[in-house]
Design a protein around this ligand. Structure first.
Ligand code: AMP
Ligand code: MG
Length: 354
């Protein structure tokens, strides 16, 4: 398949005439049952018509993703949620008022119009109203409902830049909308509102603290931030291998005075065995590492940058031929909860505590 590429140069709310025409063409592809990768404020999405079961099948095929891993339906007007959910609880309205458009997905009982192909066979549907202006226009022009997971091959880190979408999806989908790098860099917070108590299934930019403040108290699944709770994951998608780089990723937790010598020691040992070692470190201590490839994820003082860099750093290591990668650990509070959740998944929950 020949994959077209639409470059958004101007961006923002005001698109050029060519960009508008390109988005109309992208929408025609989606209406016709094709697939278009598009930018959102979190990561790039791989979009198809959410109400067309054939489109959802194509999404799973293009990603090489198991079809019991549900997709998120993206809308561009709050009222549009009413057509795809069976009930709209008061909490959902409150959350939408506070955080939509934005990086938060709600799980609600699905209406019959939503095909089971889109929800991975479930009776619930995931809904998000993204804030990215290109995403909003594409959704509007496509008829209002775009099903989209992240636009990566299954198991790889979500794409935070169009170049990674091209890497994974060129030749597999109809079009890629290239708007450069995204703003947030981690996927949306997923909040389950279909059970008795609101529960976070995936932490994200909208934090547990922010949701607690609005709703009183929200639950978070223990399997999400515990290194190894020994419990089976509750949400679909949580059971699959995620974000894994080619090298063996190990998180090292503890004070810097212990973490740095530990990592340097292992790097030296690996070198004697003829193997290359990578390090994911923070700006403050980066110079103290001695390993083959040392990558900076940002400053400890700036969690937003760490979040934005995480997936691209993981992808960059795939080109470095390292057999192991050691990463610093981060406090699992606020945005750190989402950072640690992704890092733990990428590491297959391997963590050393010093
Ligand atoms: P992605 O952001 O690519 O991982 O795509 C969607 C993710 O949303 C899935 O992996 C699931 O974890 C989650 N999800 C979507 N729909 C549902 C649902 N109905 N119930 C629980 N989780 C869901
Ligand atoms: Mg994904």
């Amino acid at each position: 398949m020949d994959t077209k590429c639409l470059h958004i140069k101007q961006g923002g709310e005001r698109l050029s005439r060519e960009e508008e025409a390109g988005l109309r063409q992208a929408a025609e592809i989606i209406r016709g049952g094709g697939l278009v990768a598009f930018p959102t404020e979190t990561v790039y999405g791989l979009g198809g018509d959410a109400l067309n079961p054939e489109s959802s099948r194509k999404i799973y095929a293009a990603k090489g993703r198991p079809s019991d891993n549900p997709l998120i339906i993206h809308i561009c007007r709050f009222e549009d949620i009413r057509k795809i959910v069976r009930q709209l609880p008061e909490a959902a309205v409150k959350i939408a008022e506070a955080f939509w458009p934005g990086p938060l997905t709600m799980i609600l009982p699905k209406a019959p119009i939503v095909p089971r192909e889109t929800t991975g066979g479930l009776d619930t549907v995931a809904v998000r109203f993204p804030s990215h202006p290109v995403a909003q226009k594409l959704i509007a022009y496509s008829g209002g409902y775009i099903a989209a997971p992240s636009a990566n091959l299954s198991g790889k880190p979500s794409p935070t830049s169009a170049k990674y979408v091209i890497e994974d999806m060129d030749g597999r989908i109809d079009m890629i909308i290239d708007d450069g790098e995204v703003g947030i860099g981690l996927e949306s917070t997923i909040l389950d509102l279909a059970s008795d108590m609101p529960r976070i299934l995936r932490p994200g930019y909208i934090t547990q603290e922010m949701l607690d403040k609005l709703l009183g108290k929200v639950d978070i699944d223990v399997t999400i931030v515990e290194p190894d709770s020994g419990q089976a994951p509750r949400a679909p998608g949580m059971k699959y291998r995620h974000y894994a780089p080619k090298g063996r990723l190990i998180i090292v937790e503890g004070p810097a005075e212990r973490v740095i010598p530990y990592i340097n020691g292992h790097a030296a040992e690996n070198q004697r065995a003829g193997e290359k070692t990578g390090v994911i470190g923070t700006a403050e201590v980066l110079e103290q590492y001695h390993a083959d490839v040392v990558k900076c994820i940002g400053s400890r003082k700036d969690e937003e940058t760490i979040a934005r860099n995480l997936f691209s750093v993981l992808r960059e290591f795939d080109d470095e031929n390292v057999t192991s990668i050691y990463s610093e650990s981060f406090p699992a509070q606020g945005l750190g909860q989402a950072i640690m959740n992704r890092l733990l998944k990428a590491a297959g929950h391997r963590i050393v505590k010093l």
